[in-house]
Design a protein around this ligand. Structure first.
Ligand code: SF4
Length: 278
C-alpha cells in the first residue's frame, strides 16, 4: 500500500511506526478506529486524561493573554488541577520573556517527499533572538533525561522549528543554536528538563527522520510486520486486530511507556469493531 505523497507524518505516527509497523498501518493507512479500551483501569485513565486536557486548556488561554486571576477559579474544580495550576504560575515558563508567544501551534515542513509536522504546547521567542519550545507534562512520573533525549518529540519539535520557523522569526529561518526545548512537569515543577540544539544535531536529525520516513514509504503491500516485542501490544488498542493475547496495561504503565499522551478521543466506528480479546 503506497503512502500518498500528501501524507503528513508527525511525532505520533513516527513513534507508532517505531513501536510496531502494523500499528502504523492500521491507524494511519487503514484508518481503523480502535475498539479496545486504552487501559486496564479505563475510568481512572479517562479521569487523568481529562485533567491533563483541562490543564493544557488553562495554559493555552493564559498564554493567549487571559489574566491568571480569571482562570484560577476554573482550576479550583479539582485539587490536583489547582496544584498544577499554582505550580505553573510560579514557574518561569508561565511568563517567558519573549516578543512572540504562540500556544498550541502546529508547524510543518517538507521532508523526504512528504510533510512532517510538529505540535507545540508553547513556542516563545523573539524574532532574531532565542526561541524556546515548552511542552507541559501532566504524567505522574518524571522520565529520565536520557529517555526524553531519545524521544521523537524532542527530535521532531526542534527540527521542524529550525526548518519551518521563519514566519515567526521575521521571515528568516531560526538557527538551530537559537532553539531550546524544555519539558515542564506539573507533578515535578522544580525539575524541568531542557535541551539545546545546534546545526550538527539538526543535520543528524534530518538524516534520521528522512531515513525513517523512507523506510515507512518502502513498506510493501499486505499486512506490515507486527512487533516482536509483545510489551508494545499491552499498550496497543489494536490487540483485537492482531490476536495478541496479552494483558492490558494499566494507565500507569501507559504513562511509563510514553503511550498515554497519544490517547485521544477516537470516534468509534461500530462496523470496525471485531471480537475483542483482553
Ligand atoms: S497489538 Fe501488537 S502487533 Fe498488533 S498493532 Fe498493536 S503493537 Fe502491533
Amino acid at each position: 500500500m503506497a503512502i500518498p505523497h500528501t501524507f503528513t507524518f508527525s511525532q505520533s505516527s513516527l513513534g507508532d511506526y517505531q513501536a510496531c509497523a502494523r500499528r502504523f498501518q492500521l491507524r494511519y493507512l487503514e484508518r481503523l478506529a480502535w475498539p479496545a479500551p486504552q487501559s486496564a483501569d479505563a475510568a481512572e485513565g479517562e479521569r487523568r486524561q481529562r485533567l491533563g486536557q483541562a490543564f493544557h486548556q488553562l495554559v493555552r488561554r493564559h498564554q493567549a493573554g487571559l489574566p491568571a486571576a480569571s482562570l484560577t477559579p476554573l482550576a479550583a474544580a479539582d485539587p490536583e488541577l489547582a496544584g498544577w495550576w499554582a505550580a505553573y504560575l510560579a514557574s518561569p515558563f508561565a511568563f517567558p520573556e519573549a516578543g512572540v508567544r504562540r500556544a498550541e501551534l502546529t508547524l510543518s515542513t517538507p521532508l523526504a517527499g512528504y510533510r512532517l509536522e510538529a505540535q507545540y504546547d508553547l513556542l516563545a521567542g523573539t524574532p532574531g533572538g532565542e526561541w524556546l519550545i515548552v511542552d507541559w507534562k501532566t504524567e505522574r512520573r518524571r522520565p529520565a533525561r536520557t529517555w526524553l533525549a531519545r524521544r521523537l518529540q524532542t527530535t521532531v519539535c526542534r527540527h521542524v522549528l529550525a526548518l519551518a520557523g521563519a514566519a515567526l522569526n521575521g521571515g528568516r529561518p531560526i538557527a538551530p543554536e537559537r532553539i531550546a526545548m524544555a519539558y515542564w512537569f506539573a507533578a515535578f515543577p522544580l525539575q524541568p528538563e531542557r535541551f539545546g540544539y545546534d546545526a550538527a544535531a539538526c543535520a543528524r536529525d534530518g538524516e534520521a527522520l528522512a531515513g525513517l520516513i523512507g523506510a515507512i514509504a518502502a513498506q510493501g503491500d499486505g499486512p506490515w510486520p507486527q512487533t516482536a516485542d509483545e510489551r508494545a501490544c499491552r499498550c496497543c488498542a489494536y490487540r483485537s486486530f492482531c490476536a495478541r493475547p496479552v494483558a492490558l496495561a494499566t494507565y500507569d504503565e501507559l504513562e511509563a511507556a510514553g503511550e498515554a499522551e497519544a490517547l485521544s478521543s477516537p470516534v468509534l466506528d461500530l462496523e470496525q469493531v471485531e471480537e475483542i480479546a483482553f
